[in-house]
Design a protein around this ligand. Structure first.
Ligand SMILES: Nc1ncnc2c1ncn2[C@@H]1O[C@H](COP(=O)(O)OP(=O)(O)O)[C@@H](O)[C@H]1O
Ligand SMILES: [Mg+2]
Length: 239
């Protein structure tokens, strides 16, 4: 008999359709793409929608933002309840304000402590560069990442990890993180002539089915919207 689980809704319009309902609970999903492709916005929307629409508290670790810049970014995107959700504790944020108060070993221990004790069921780490700063050695970094992911899984937290990728399509840069994660969502910019459009592409999702087509997306008020029925004009057979 099929065992039914309730999938974690990303809250990003159109994305849950591509994911056939959402993300398998407890998954660690990698969001890859070049600068400006929408990774940080996708992360913010995921915790925002969780807190606002689904009653799930979220933990947002944005290591290159401050509490203030994150709040301003949310406001500019029309995520108007961001500050009040943060104030209420429905969204917890860990930004550079946190890291700048601590030394290196202290902050590593600190974030382990946060994920071990958080009541959040959604987490975003923006970005994986955090591990690069702390662990220049690949094996050490891998070991720490696995430990981090293991804690999240044990606690049933569904997580998004943001990763910078220089190439996504048609050549994809394959990284360790892609093999270690349960899912891969790729965001990228595609060009035809001098037109550039935003694209959304799911390439891996363990324990679930999904739509692997490359579809267009946009960024505007409310954040990202994905268009599951549309074909990117730059990738259409006639282009
Ligand atoms: N308030 C906004 N309104 C409309 N578009 C925005 C807004 N803020 C950012 N964008 C678009 O989103 C892009 C950055 O998205 P972001 O998620 O921060 O990228 P990254 O993948 O580098 O994390 C910007 O280059 C811009 O095109
Ligand atoms: Mg970013």
């Amino acid at each position: 008999m099929a065992h039914s689980v309730s999938f974690v809704k990303t809250g990003v319009p159109g994305a849950d359709t591509m994911l056939n309902g959402g993300i398998y609970p407890g998954s660690a999903v990698l969001i890859s793409g070049p600068p400006g492709s929408g990774k940080s916005i996708l992360g913010m929307q995921f915790v925002y929608a969780g807190a606002r629409e689904y009653g799930e508290s979220g933990l947002m670790m944005a290591i290159e933002e401050t509490d203030m810049s994150l709040s301003e970014y949310a406001a500019s995107l029309g995520l108007s309840e961001w500050d009040s959700l943060v104030k209420r504790g429905a969204i917890s944020i860990v930004t550079d304000d946190y890291f700048s108060r601590l030394d290196l070993p202290g902050s590593l221990e600190g974030i382990m402590n946060i994920v071990t004790h958080t009541s959040a069921t959604r987490m975003v780490l923006d970005s994986m560069n955090l591990f690069k700063y702390y662990f220049p050695d690949d094996m050490d970094r891998r070991r720490y990442m696995l430990k981090f992911i293991r804690i999240l899984k044990r606690r049933g937290i569904t997580s998004l990890f943001v990763s910078e990728a220089m190439e996504v399509f048609p050549r994809m840069e394959l990284t360790d993180e892609m093999f270690m994660s349960d899912g891969n969502i790729n965001l990228f910019l595609s060009r035809a002539g001098n037109n550039v459009e935003r694209c959304f592409w799911v390439t891996k999702m363990r324990r679930q089915s999904f739509n692997m087509k490359i579809v267009p997306m946009s960024i505007g008020v409310g954040g990202i919207e994905v268009y599951p029925e549309a074909i990117p004009y730059s990738l259409s057979p006639e282009a």
